[in-house]
Design a protein around this ligand. Structure first.
Ligand code: SF4
Length: 349
């Protein structure tokens, strides 16, 4: 069975053309799936019955299954564990914050980057997701939210995986989120989060999208970054900064730098000074996030006072900085805590 969400609109048009269907059918189907969020081909009252039956035998509208669902004590975050058609799995999170409902979705099952403080990194890498599997996370969660008369406002590609190591599928999914005849989520409401793969940042800059770019830095020098973000060992921070400056020049958009603060490791005043020097004069914003402890890593977050002191140093150098609270840490859904826990997936390397 094929996953309908892997189809582009033009693929659907071609298929329907081959079935001698009228030209308007593709639009009817696209709107039914992406706007009305129909989950069964038999729910299409505007399609001929025999076409519904054909599509039902050919395309699945539910290739992901919810295996587990956990809501945080404050009811603001809900984490979903999905099984994929091959029994691998991924996690996605709904994050509520005032009027904003953000979906944090995954681009890979597991993650090859191996950040030492991240549960997903410790969990290993299993496989890349298809564009349809990335899109379907959003569709499934949108259907659930719809039942509560809620709607998504933002998407962050910050769940399991490194989006730029699954570039084509991620880009295709972003286009589908942004498609104004489908989900119609504004590009400025979508954020892609990467450890900073230079050639992919430059490629992304050329795509002409208004999507936000977040680069997870976590260290102000190569020696420390190599320890915290092993896959980034070959990426020199000065090269990464140069590429980020080029990205800003090409897109005229700011870059957000994510920096997870770990007590006694990367939270010292001289490290804040080093970071300030790296980002000097750049159109950027820094998000400081206290480490969310996991069972795999002994590190702890700094005190609020230490986090604020680190932030003040950046601000004193005129670098826009926020100290962020992490949502969902009590359900292991916060940054660095996503990891399938129910059972081992199929390793397909
Ligand atoms: S923090 Fe992100 S990039 Fe690093 S291992 Fe975890 S999921 Fe991968």
């Amino acid at each position: 069975m094929n996953n309908f969400f892997d189809l582009r609109f033009e693929d659907l048009e071609d298929e329907l053309h081959g079935l001698s269907q009228p030209g308007f059918r593709a639009k009817q189907i696209w709107e039914g799936i992406y706007q009305q969020l129909l989950s069964s081909w038999q729910d299409f009252t505007n399609l001929p019955k025999d076409l519904c039956t054909f599509l039902e035998g050919r395309y699945s509208l539910e290739s992901l299954n919810v295996l587990d669902e956990t809501t945080a004590l404050d009811q603001q975050s809900t984490k979903y564990l999905f099984t994929l058609a091959d029994d691998n799995f991924v996690e996605s999170v709904i994050l509520r914050n005032n009027d904003r409902i953000t979906l944090c979705v995954s681009t890979q099952s597991g993650c090859p980057v191996g950040c030492v403080f991240c549960a997903t990194g410790n969990f290993g890498y299993y496989r890349d997701l298809t564009s349809g599997e990335i899109v379907e996370q959003v569709i499934l969660l949108s259907r659930l939210l719809n039942k509560e008369d809620e709607h998504i406002t933002n998407i962050v590609l910050m769940g399991m995986g490194e989006p730029f190591l699954n570039y084509d599928a991620t880009l295709e999914a972003i286009k589908r989120f942004n498609d104004n005849s489908g989900m119609n989520i504004g590009a400025r409401r979508i954020t892609i989060s990467t450890i900073g793969i230079p050639d992919k940042i430059l490629r992304f800059a050329q795509e002409g999208l208004q999507v936000n770019l977040a680069v997870s830095l976590h260290a102000p020098n190569d020696e420390l970054r190599r320890k915290l973000v092993p896959l980034a060992a070959k990426i020199k921070i000065t090269d990464l900064m140069e590429v980020c400056r080029q990205y800003i020049k090409i897109t005229n958009r700011r870059v957000t730098f994510e920096y997870v603060l770990i007590k006694g490791i990367n939270d010292q005043p001289q490290q804040a000074e080093q970071l300030a020097a790296l980002l000097n004069g750049m159109l950027c914003h820094v998000n400081l996030i206290g480490l969310n402890p996991t069972v795999h890593y002994p590190g702890q977050p700094p005190s609020n006072q230490a986090m604020n002191a680190f932030g003040h140093i950046l601000l004193s150098h005129r670098i826009p900085t926020s100290v962020r609270n992490s949502q969902g840490s009590d359900i292991q859904a916060a940054c660095g805590q996503l990891a399938g826990k129910v059972r081992k997936p199929n390793k397909v390397k």
